[in-house]
Design a protein around this ligand. Structure first.
Ligand code: NAD
Ligand code: DAU
Length: 353
C-alpha cells in the first residue's frame, strides 16, 4: 500500500455499472486516497470493467457479500475507513418482480450490515461519512407534469424501489438515532459504457446488433430522465466531498424521453453506425406485455445540487448515446462474456411469455 494515504475509502458494488465508473474516477483523481472495492461479483459485477485500474497502487479489490456480517465486520476492523460510498445492490426492476426476497436481502439487510459496521468507525472518527447511492424510483410515479424534489414523499411501487426506499430510511434512521454522519443522493436513469444489457439502452443496442426484436413494454409511452454515467460519477464525487451531512441530493439529466421515442432514436443512430438503410432497425420494435406496476414517468428537479454544489450534466444525450453505442461496438467480447450463463436463462424466461 502507498505511503502518505490521507483517506481510506470503501466503495461497495464497484464492479458494477455505476460503481466501476466511480472507482475509476476516485482511483485516478485521488492518488492520496486508498480505494477499497467490495463486490460479491453477482451476474452484474464484472472485474473486466476495471482492467485499467487493477494495477494501481492505491486500489484493492475484495470479493465479499455485504450481507455476510462476519466478512463486513472483519473488513471494517482491519481497515479504518474514513468513508463508505455504498452502491452494491440488486438493481433491475424486472428481476425484483420475479424475486423480491433477493432485493430485500441485499438492498435492505446488506445496507443495515454496513451501517452497523460504520457505527464503530464513526465513534472514533468525526470525519467519517456514510454515503448511500439511491434512486429517484423511491418517489413513485409522476403524472404528465411535475418534478421530483428532495421533499417529495416516498411512494415506491416496485419491490426494487421499495427495497431502496427502505435502505434510504435505515440510513436516515441511523443518522437520527445514532448520529451516524450520512448523505444520500437519488438519481435518475443512467446509461453509458459497462451497463449490463438487461437495461433498456444496452439491451436495445445489443439486440439491434444481433437483429433481435426490441421489446417495448405496453404502449411505450413511459417516460424516463436519462443521465450519462460519468456525469453521475462526477456528482457523486461532489456530494461525497462537499455535500451537507444529513442531506439528500437529487441528481438528474434534465433529459426526459418517452421509451418509444428513445427506441426510434436508437434505431436511427444504429442504422447509421451499421451503414444500414434508415428504417431498418425500426422494424425490430415489438410491443410486448407491460411491466406490472410500471411507473409512468420519472423526472428530477436537480436544482439543489446545481445551486449548492455547482453540478450540471456535461454530456449531451446524442453525444452520450453515440459514445455508448461506440463502446458496445468496440467491446463485443465484454458483451459475449456478460451475456453467457445466468443471463441467457433469465432472458429466455423474460421474453418467452
Ligand atoms: P449494477 O447492478 O450494475 O451493479 C451492482 C453491483 O453490486 C454489482 O457489481 C454486483 O456484483 C454488486 N452486488 C450485488 N449484490 C451484492 C452483495 N450482496 N454484496 C456485494 N456486492 C453486491 O447496478 P448499477 O446500475 O451500477 O447501480 C448501482 C447503484 O446505483 C445501486 O445501488 C442502484 O440502486 C443505484 N442507482 C442506479 C441507477 C441506474 O440507472 N442504474 C440510477 C440510480 C441509482
Ligand atoms: O430511475 C432510476 C432507475 O433506473 C434505477 O434505480 C434502476 O436501477 C435502473 O434499472 C433504472 O430502472 P428502470 O426500470 O427505469 O430501467 P430499465 O432500463 O429497466 O427500463 C427503462 C424503461 O424502459 C422502463 O419504462 C421500462 C422500459 N423497458 C425496459 C426494458 C428492459 C422496456 O420497454 N423494454 C425493456 O426491455
Amino acid at each position: 500500500m502507498e505511503k502518505n494515504i490521507s483517506k481510506n475509502i470503501l466503495i461497495t458494488g464497484g464492479a458494477g455499472f455505476i460503481g466501476s465508473h466511480v472507482v475509476r474516477r476516485f482511483v485516478n483523481q485521488y492518488r492520496d486516497y486508498h480505494i477499497f472495492n467490495l463486490d460479491a461479483l453477482t451476474y452484474a459485477g464484472n472485474l473486466e470493467n476495471l482492467k485499467d485500474v487493477e494495477q494501481a497502487t492505491n486500489y484493492t479489490f475484495i470479493k465479499g457479500d455485504i450481507v455476510d456480517t462476519e466478512c463486513i465486520n472483519d473488513l471494517f476492523s482491519k481497515n479504518k475507513f474514513d468513508g463508505v460510498i455504498h452502491l452494491a445492490a440488486e438493481s433491475h426492476v424486472d428481476r425484483s418482480i420475479a424475486n423480491p426476497l433477493s432485493f430485500v436481502r441485499t438492498n435492505v439487510l446488506g445496507t443495515v450490515n454496513l451501517l452497523n459496521a460504520s457505527l464503530e468507525l464513526a465513534k472514533n472518527n468525526p470525519n467519517f461519512l456514510f454515503y448511500h447511492i439511491s434512486t429517484d424510483e423511491v418517489y413513485g410515479s409522476l403524472g404528465e407534469a411535475g418534478l421530483f424534489t428532495e421533499t417529495t414523499p416516498y411512494d415506491p411501487n416496485s419491490p426494487y424501489s421499495a427495497s431502496k426506499a427502505s435502505s434510504d430510511h435505515f440510513v436516515r434512521a441511523y443518522g437520527e438515532t445514532y448520529q451516524l454522519p450520512y448523505v444520500i443522493s437519488n438519481c435518475s436513469n443512467n446509461y453509458g459504457p459497462n451497463q449490463f444489457p438487461e437495461k433498456l439502452i444496452p439491451l436495445f443496442i445489443n439486440n439491434i446488433i444481433q437483429n433481435k426484436p426490441l421489446p417495448v413494454y405496453g404502449d411505450g409511452n413511459y417516460t424516463r430522465d436519462w443521465l450519462y454515467v460519468k456525469d453521475h460519477a462526477q456528482a457523486i464525487d461532489l456530494v461525497f466531498h462537499h455535500g451537507k451531512k444529513g442531506e439528500t441530493y437529487n441528481i438528474g439529466g434534465f433529459n426526459e424521453w418517452k421509451n418509444i421515442d428513445l427506441a426510434h432514436l436508437l434505431c436511427r443512430l444504429m442504422d447509421k453506425k451499421l451503414n444500414k438503410k434508415e428504417g431498418t432497425s425500426e422494424k425490430l420494435i415489438t410491443f410486448v406485455k407491460d411491466r406490472p406496476g410500471h411507473d409512468l414517468r420519472y423526472a428530477i428537479d436537480a436544482s439543489k445540487i446545481n445551486q449548492e454544489l455547482g453540478w450540471e450534466p456535461s454530456v449531451t444525450f446524442e453525444g452520450g448515446l453515440e459514445k455508448t453505442i461506440d463502446w458496445y461496438f468496440d467491446n463485443q467480447e465484454w458483451l459475449d462474456h456478460v451475456t453467457s450463463g445466468d443471463y441467457l436463462e433469465y432472458y429466455k424466461k423474460q421474453y418467452q411469455a
